[in-house]
Design a binder for this molecule. Structure first.
Ligand SMILES: O=C(O)C(=O)C[C@]1(C(=O)O)C=C[C@@H](O)C=C1
Length: 358
């Protein structure tokens, strides 16, 4: 190819880029208009965002859907931010897996506030210090995140689940050292230690394992301590300026965490929604069976059932149940009405879409 050919092709790229830019400006203007029509606080519409991205992935010809999805996640994130800046509370510090979840579901044009635990996330949303909260619910290796369920049970009734999504948890061994043989101490949160127990046993049997409050904190420590390493996510390693010595060190091939997006707004009804409820029953034989029976009769598929101790009532429990279906569907409404008459307390935590990212 001659230099002229290269020049001509670059000219064409520049013209395409300019065209894309003008179209993006038009999109942002339209989003602003929509923002005015919607008014108020509830700009975020996870059902619509999922529809937009899925449609574009279907329409794309010869483009990797991951590229389309990532690109439009950021386009929408920016449009949302010009409609109204979104403040999101999640467990930090920066680089935590909750932070990765925020970016994965909402993009980078959000104002993230980092807190210490799920209860604080709920607190921020209750006090309107954040419009959206992102909390972990379940990990494929370590199971339910009890602190999130307990915080939800204690939270004011105005807070609901607006969406849910999962992110793969890929763990790395990161360090300032070049060579794994020099590592004498490893820092991480107890959960990731549990998720790569076998790998550590095989590869760093002599290293001391020191638990920390978060993986990002572990990464910070590894930055300032000689002969040490952290087990954390890529983002945390990058933000702390660590070198990645080994990637994908988790023992289970599929290690993922499911998160809820919580807030004051209620997601629009959708055919693919899931519903979460919380209830407690009298401490008598058969009450749990009777409570769940209407769900069975309505043909609703349960995806989670979890009991938690009822505060102030030793050895009594309340239950969390997730099922496929939307609270606006007739069969779900009917089932929950019957259920209500059979339980002591029933609270609908939300009907919400899955936020899927390819
Ligand atoms: O369609 C809307 O309701 C919009 O506000 C626009 C838009 C978008 O940019 O496509 C932005 C934010 C919402 O969460 C959903 C979609």
């Amino acid at each position: 190819m001659s230099n002229e050919d290269l020049y001509a092709l670059r000219q064409r790229i520049e013209s395409v880029d300019k065209g894309m830019l003008r179209l993006l400006e038009e999109r942002v203007k339209l989003a602003k208009e929509i923002g005015k029509v919607k008014g108020g606080d509830c700009i975020y519409d996870p059902v619509r965002e999922t529809e937009v991205i899925e449609r574009l992935c279907r329409l794309a010809e010869g483009l990797d859907p991951r590229f389309v999805s990532l690109l439009f996640r950021e386009v929408i994130s920016f449009c949302r931010s010009v409609q109204k800046p979104t403040r999101v509370a999640c467990m930090g510090p920066e680089g935590s897996f909750s932070h990765e979840a925020v970016i994965s579901f909402l993009g980078r044009f959000v104002d993230v506030v980092f807190v210490e635990n799920p209860a604080e996330v709920f607190d921020y949303v209750s006090k309107d210090k954040a419009g959206i909260g992102v909390v972990p619910v379940e990990n494929t290796t370590e199971g339910t995140v009890y602190s999130t369920l307990d915080a939800f049970a204690a939270a004011e009734p105005g807070i609901s689940v607006m969406g849910e999504g999962q992110i793969p948890i890929r763990l790395v061994l990161a360090s300032m050292e070049e060579d794994m043989a020099n590592i004498e101490e490893v820092y991480s949160h107890p959960q990731p230690f549990g998720q790569c127990r076998n790998w550590l046993y095989k590869n760093l049997p002599g290293a001391r394992q020191i638990p920390t409050s978060s993986t990002s904190f572990a990464a910070n420590l590894a930055r300032t301590t000689k002969k040490s390493a952290a087990i954390c996510g890529r983002l945390a390693a990058k933000l702390s300026g660590l070198k990645i010595l080994e990637e994908g060190i988790e023992d289970q091939p599929y290690n993922a965490t499911r998160f809820w997006l919580i807030g004051r707004a209620v997601a629009r009804p959708s055919e693919r929604s899931k519903t979460s409820i919380l209830f407690n029953v009298a401490h008598k034989p058969g009450t749990l069976f009777q409570a769940l029976e209407p769900l069975y009769r309505a043909g609703l598929n349960l995806t989670l059932i979890q009991s938690r101790p009822l505060p102030g009532n030793p050895f009594e429990y309340f239950f969390f149940v997730d099922f496929e279906g939307d609270i606006e569907s007739q069969n779900v409404k009917e089932a929950l009405n019957i259920m209500k008459s059979r339980v002591e307390r029933l609270r609908v935590l939300g009907s919400y879409p899955q936020i899927k990212r390819v």
